[in-house]
Design a protein. Sequence first.
Length: 257
Amino acid sequence: MRIATYNVNGVNGRLPVLLRWLEETAPDIVCLQELKAPEEKFPEQAILDAGYKAIWHGQKSWNGVAILSRGELPREIRRILPGDPEDAHSRYIEAEINGLTIGGLYLPNGNPAPGPKFDYKLRWFDRLIAHAEGLLATEKPVLLTGDFNVMPTELDVYKPESWVDDALFRPETRAAFAQLVAQGWTDAIRTLYPDETIYTFWDYFRNAFARNAGLRIDHFLLSPQLAPRLAAAGVDRQVRGWEKTSDHAPVWIELKD
C-alpha cells in the first residue's frame, strides 16, 4: 500500500499537476493540504474521474485538507483538532481506511515569530500532542501525515544558520515536534534514511529548487502498531520541477500488507 502526502498550494490552480501526478504514480491513499478552496469548490468530480473517492475540509482562500482513496470512501472520524472549539481554520481531517486511522494535517506556519501567529502555532502543536497521545492509546495502526511546518533537525534544512529565527526552526517548534515523536511515533523518512539530505519543499524565490536549497517539513509519523509495516519511503522530487507546480513535492511511504 502506498500512502502519500502533498501540499498542493491551491487544489484548483494546481489541478493539472495533481491529476498528472496521480495518474503517473497511482498512490492508494493521498492526504492533501492547502486546498485554498471552500467546501463547494473542491474539484470532487475531477478527483472521481481520476479514480479516487475523497473527503475534505475546505476554507475560502486559506488552509484546507483532504483525504483521497483509490478504494473505499474514507470513513470520516473528525475534521477539527480537539482542544479549541473556536478555531475555525481548516487544518485537520481524520478518517479510517482499510483498517488504518489516518490524520491529515496542515500545521500553522507561525511567522513572524515571536508574535500572535507563533503563539497560535505552539497552541496548535499542544493540541496535536494531546490528541496524538489519545490515538496511541487506542493501540490501533495510526498514521499522522501532512505539512508539519517544522524542520526537526539541522539535517532537514539548507543553511540552518539562516533559519534560526524562523517559526519553522525555532527551538520551541523543534522541541514540540520532538515531544510528539517521543510519545512513540516513528518518523518514516528519518527511520529509513537517518543521515541523508532529503527535502520536501523548495521556495519559489532565489532559484531554490535548482540550487536544492530546500526544507524537510512534510512528515509521516507511524504508531508502534504500524511502524513494523514500513517498507519504503521517498519524495517525488520531479513534480516540483513541473510547470505551475506547488512549492512542495509529494512525499510517500509504502506499507507491507
